[in-house]
Design a protein around this ligand. Sequence first.
Ligand SMILES: Nc1ncnc2c1ncn2[C@@H]1O[C@H](COP(=O)(O)OP(=O)(O)O)[C@@H](O)[C@H]1O
Ligand SMILES: [Mg+2]
Length: 239
Amino acid sequence: MEQRSDAILSVRDLSVSYGHIPVLRGVSLEVRRGEIVVLLGANGAGKTTLMETILGVTPPDAGSVSFEGRDSTRGPVDRNVRDGMTLVPEGRGVFASMSVLDNLLLGAHHELKGVDKKLALAFDAFPVLAQRKTQLAGTLSGGERQMLAIARALMSTPRLILVDEPSIGLAPIMVAAIFDILVKLNREGYSILLSEQHVYRALKCAHRAYVLESGRVIREGRAEILLRDPLIRSVYLGV
Ligand SMILES: Nc1ncnc2c1ncn2[C@@H]1O[C@H](COP(=O)(O)OP(=O)(O)O)[C@@H](O)[C@H]1O
Ligand SMILES: [Mg+2]
């Protein structure tokens, strides 16, 4: 596949296995600057593995990942984060016994210069976190914890944000709020790779999408076209 010059992230023929069990089998995808790209797929399809490989957590067997032209698969994760990509992990990953403020400060640990300004931006984007900044993260609602996880990711001043199933376990109104936040962040200039099982909502807010099944990309294209794709409609939307 031809590499487009406007790609911020370019994944080529990526294969990953755990032990002898292949999990990703030749996955290629790209995120162009300014896009929200959604990665759809059922449990076990390989979404989290793909995100962790992009971030440099899990080494690939074959293939490449290029973030702004540099290979990100050899890690260390910290260097990739410093270089401008970040992951909002599945299950949020906030530290329950730490305050909201300390969770946010952790997100900026690699570069504390200008941290007051970063905090001000995070509280601006998430006023509810400002109200709760001295509270322990464990006392937040699920939706607030997801907001904290996203805000913490922003503290590293990323250009690309990987967001792994942010809507898991949230009430529908909170799911809608999280999608609104991601769309707003995207309009502010962040490029986003989002994995989701809320297929309809995700396709509504994304520019393009890839469907992952058993570690392979089985469909890709513009989100509004995939919304009309008969396979997607029958398997994922149940219509
Ligand atoms: N650390 C691991 N060790 C072994 N197998 C794993 C590990 N993590 C995930 N898997 C397996 O890899 C496959 C893909 O998992 P995952 O990437 O978590 O998919 P998804 O995020 O789409 O649910 C699944 O079959 C899962 O059981
Ligand atoms: Mg997952």
